[in-house]
Design a protein around this ligand. Structure first.
Ligand code: COA
Length: 374
């Protein structure tokens, strides 16, 4: 018995931007980008919201559109849980999963977001599987909690909206998209055989993206900021915008536009990525007792084709065991693994009974893998 993937889909924004177009923005060229990353183009969400992309991917995974791979189409009321892995949701509240639940009419589902950067989908799948296993096992107290039998797990990102388009070392890497998987607890199939998720301290600050919710706060370390008080000892906050205190450094600092773009030290992340990927693969093999030679397909996070090639070499595996999907999508963070999984299913690379590993790494640092029987 286990948590089994029964549907998978992906969605990309309409606009595809080639490397040559990026050479109009920064000093770069197609040859450098292709050689160093394996990326030729990426899709950029201009008109699509994150919810639009997640909805299209989810519809494909649920069998509600012909674009995905699906063993059995489900009805909206069948879904008990929606987890959206993202760090670029359309809003903080409602969550991306909540918006998706509403769009799809999943009346019975609970829905929440999870941020583990590019490893988000692997984390989300692990959380969904753990909730389902606990629900199925009837662990002490499970009867008093939400029964979770089927879940929709989505990775959706609009990374190009947190990209510094003047930074050639990062802007050539990222793209937008969404991938989705439908999982079901099946008494007759093993499904997920092992998972491994890990946080490692990023003490060098090699990968980060600050948030932007910097609404002015009328306080300093001692309480209500004295510079904001009017003659009567009150803060005329509602009637007087803080920006009008032109001479107030405290307020001025709060008015600075937030810099909400991804910062990355590529070489440090590259080193972390190759080590994290090989470790996560070894750990799920150990935990499941499956031999590496019995794995039919590895679906890695698509951050850089060179990272995947390096990991394949380190593991002594042929590159064709790995699903390579980066060429026309770039790095789509949490959407990357489910989109590559959808590609692998669409290409007929994964057949019933196959042992498959999904593996990812990302900011935080986070890393992890899931080994499942299809
Ligand atoms: N076009 C042309 N030249 C570029 C460039 C671009 N887009 N970006 C950087 N360069 C230049 C650098 O300035 C440097 O020039 P210099 O030698 O004159 O100083 C040169 O290319 C080499 O840069 P370097 O950073 O050493 O390249 P690299 O081989 O390490 O490749 C990355 C850079 C970002 C592609 C690579 O480090 C990487 O993929 N890292 C991991 C990224 C990742 O996985 N991120 C996501 C984690 S979830």
């Amino acid at each position: 018995m286990g948590c089994t993937i029964i549907g998978c889909g992906k969605a990309l924004p309409a606009l595809e931007v080639a490397n040559d177009d990026l050479a109009k923005l920064v000093e770069t060229n197609d040859e450098w980008i292709v050689t160093r990353t394996g990326i030729s183009s990426r899709h950029i969400a201009v008109d699509e919201t994150g919810t639009d992309l997640a909805e299209a991917a989810a519809r494909a995974a649920l069998g509600w559109s012909p674009d995905g791979w699906c063993e059995a189409s489900l009805a909206p009321e069948d879904i008990d849980l929606v987890i959206a892995a993202t760090f670029t949701s359309d809003a903080l509240v409602p969550s991306a999963a909540g918006l998706l639940r509403e769009r799809l009419g999943l009346e019975n589902a609970i829905a929440f977001d999870l941020n583990a950067a590019c490893t988000g989908f692997v984390y989300a799948l692990t959380v969904a599987e753990t909730m389902m296993a606990a629900s199925a096992a009837g662990f002490p107290g499970a009867a008093g909690r939400n029964p979770i039998r089927r879940a929709l797990v989505v990775g959706s990102e609009r990374l190009t909206h947190v990209t510094d388009w003047a930074d050639r070392s990062t802007c050539v890497l990222f793209g937008d998209g969404a991938g989705a998987a439908v999982v079901e607890w099946d008494e007759a199939r093993p499904g997920i055989l092992a998972s491994f998720i890990l946080n490692t301290t990023d003490d060098t600050g090699a990968l980060s993206c600050p948030h932007a919710f910097d609404a002015p706060v009328p306080f300093d370390a001692d309480g209500v900021a004295p510079a904001l008080l009017d003659g009567a000892g009150n803060v005329p906050y509602a009637t007087m915008p803080p920006a009008s205190h032109a001479d107030d450094a405290h307020v001025a600092a709060l008015q600075e536009p937030p810099l909400q773009t991804v910062y990355m030290d590529g070489q440090k992340v590259f080193k972390f990525a190759t080590e994290a990927m090989t470790e996560a693969i070894h750990r799920v093999l150990e935990r499941s007792g499956v031999a590496l030679e019995d794995v039919a397909c590895i679906v890695p996070h698509q951050a850089n084709e060179r990272i995947i090639k390096y990991a394949a070499k380190k593991l002594g595996l042929p590159l064709d065991l790995f699903q390579l999907s980066i060429a026309n999508v770039g790095n789509t963070s949490a959407a990357s693994v489910p989109m590559a999984l959808a590609d692998a299913y669409a290409a007929g690379r994964i057949k019933r009974g196959d042992k498959v590993i999904m593996v990812a790494f990302g900011g935080g640092f986070t890393s992890g893998a899931v080994l499942f029987e299809a």
